[in-house]
Ligand binder design. Sequence first.
Ligand code: A2P
Length: 350
Amino acid sequence: MGSMRVAVVGATGAVGREMIRILEEREFPLDELILFASARSEGKRLSFRGESHPVRGLDDGWFKGVDLALVSAGSGIARKIIPRAAAGGTVSVDNSSAFRMDPSVPLVVPEINPDALGGHRGIVANGNCTAITALMPLAPLHRAFGLRSLVTSSYQSVSGAGMKGIRELAEQVEKLHGQEETLGYPDAAALPVGDVFPRTIAFNVIPMCEEFDPGGTGFTTEELKMGGEIRKVLGLPDLAVAATAVRVPVAVGHGVSVYGRFEARVTAEGARETLESASGVRVVDDPSAGAFPTPLDAAGLDDVLVGRIRQPEDDPHALMLFAVGDNLRKGAALNAVQIAELLARPAASA
Ligand code: A2P
């Protein structure tokens, strides 16, 4: 592909808006940008390169004349619209989980497995936001020391559930404003609960992201994505992964606590050195200076911030760290645009 016609599907959403912003920031070589959302948004206008662009509702032929589509409209819509677009010659980078585990669909983090793009059949999957945040430090550590097993706990912001997640938190914070002291003895019946999260998210954390695995494992679907996607991107089908995913009242930025065991002996200092030369990762780790990363430090940045790098006692093969990434950017829109940049290079587009 040379310069091209690009569509953003889900343009009005939390990730879609970020996709538009990042296409502009990175001066993506496109001739025309076409914005799609649901029929509810028809008539809205969004700005790109100083010009206002209309938002269109999706129709059956939306992909005609579109070379590349960045899609972030949920997995139900992705399943419905993307295979037809691929058959019509449009390459889609899909941010949903619909195709990630399909063996014929590459799941790509450009810093880690760009070669997986070769041979795509018109669909490329963008990873889960928490999986990408964990993978950014894990991939270079795996290359250096050989990852053998993984335990993670993630602290996931409400924007991971889209604009509606952000709105639900904001509404609940407002409702509970002034009642903070009574929350020591809450009146359960009076606590606000919305449509997006299964419990009150303001002044609380919820150890249940998405839904429980219908297979009855006791894990949630969000937790199962961690194992599946990390194994696929690292090419380690037998990697043992155990994940806990928790929704926290943070607007933007997912944190992941990682406990990894490696084939080789590893030290905190060796891991720090490895991560300091890794692209897309920034080490923020100096206990003596009080330096460690938080979601607000990572929000708006491209790099995944990594700190709290330490070794548990008596295990020279184990390492712990805390990684934080902007879930809307590297966890979603930025990674998708980076994939699009690879696709736009003539050698990778075949
Ligand atoms: P809309 O704003 O018109 O509802 P988020 O994850 O932040 O909630 O965003 C979801 C994105 O997916 C929004 O842009 C939303 O558009 C879009 N979307 C939702 N349902 C549809 C649909 N049926 N067809 C096209 N886009 C949709």
